[in-house]
Design a binder for this molecule. Structure first.
Ligand code: PAF
Length: 289
């Protein structure tokens, strides 16, 4: 496994590997590090489908707001390298902030529509930061396939829209959210939770299951979007430490509000909830039959 920090060195390495094997496919897993089993599952999927697997680890300052956790976002390079090696990465790319953003950057990528609600509303500028860095990473790595976890389903919708609109020659491969045995979605930010917050955070996955039952059971045809959201909010509020940022039921992947469940075939129930200082997101996508 090669560890590369400079953009030019990465380009040369990929060029050499491509030249050695005509038609070799490149699978790319962009991350912000502090890798967990969810990231490993993205690497494993890339390993199974591609000839060359590139992982990037870059805590991207552009996608953090002024009062967010950029400085204290967890980092552990040594452990990340071990996880990457086990999961089959060929190249780990650690771009440096100075090289990615050498001077005040004058170009940014903005995706409209799908960024208006959920994290787009509560974290202004966040998705411009994500779309800009993913565009830069795609230009540097030039992957055939790129793998993203569905825990951030809005991010997947934003990147799919961007790739479509800008004719980027890459196929986006969304992969399912991985969970602990008790239901908590794997996240690098789980490390911030104390024991009590960790316990109460289970209301998130429980609420998702509740919505799935309401929308999938015999009452599905009579239930309204606001009834589902109210039931979910009430359940989250049983956790005294939970502070809801959003709990919304929207059409997926357009992320438009849903007037009537008769007009949509897929919805997302998306949650962002703070426990102490830690903001967790989770979601489920439900097919309306
Ligand atoms: O999902 C993430 O870890 C980040 O948003 C990404 C896609 C690596 C861009 O910085």
């Amino acid at each position: 496994m090669q560890v590369i920090r400079a953009i030019q060195e990465l380009r040369e390495s990929i060029r050499t590997l491509r030249a050695a094997k005509a038609g070799a496919t490149i699978g790319f897993v962009p991350t912000m590090g502090y890798l967990h089993q969810g990231h490993a599952s993205l690497l494993e999927a890339a390993r199974a489908q591609c000839d060359l697997v590139v992982l990037s680890i870059f805590v991207n300052p552009l996608q953090f707001g002024p009062n967010e956790d950029f400085d204290k976002y967890p980092r552990d390079e040594e452990r990340d390298l071990a996880v990457a090696k086990d999961a089959g990465a060929d190249i780990v790319f650690f771009p440096q902030v100075q090289e990615m953003y050498p001077k005040p950057t004058k170009t940014k990528v903005t995706v409209e529509g799908v960024t208006e609600r959920l994290c787009g509303a509560s974290r202004p500028g966040h998705f411009d930061g994500v779309a800009t860095v993913v565009t830069k990473l795609f230009n540097i790595v030039q992957p055939d396939l790129a793998y993203f976890g569905m825990k951030d389903a809005q991010q997947v919708a934003v990147i799919e829209q961007m790739v479509h609109d800008l004719n980027m020659p890459v196929t986006i491969v969304p992969r399912p959210t991985l969970r602990e045995a008790d239901g908590l979605a794997l996240s690098s930010r789980n490390v911030y939770l104390n024991e009590e917050e960790r316990k109460q955070a289970l209301v998130l996955s429980q609420s998702l299951r509740m919505a799935e039952e309401l929308l999938g059971g015999s009452s599905a045809s009579s239930v309204t979007p606001s009834q589902v959201v109210n039931a979910v909010r009430s359940h989250i509020e049983t956790a005294p430490l939970a502070v809801i940022d959003y709990a919304e039921l929207l059409a997926y992947p357009s992320l438009e509000p849903v007037e009537s469940l008769k007009q949509v075939d897929r919805v997302i129930l998306a949650l962002a909830v703070k426990f102490g200082k830690t903001r967790l997101i989770d979601n489920t996508i439900i097919r309306i039959s």
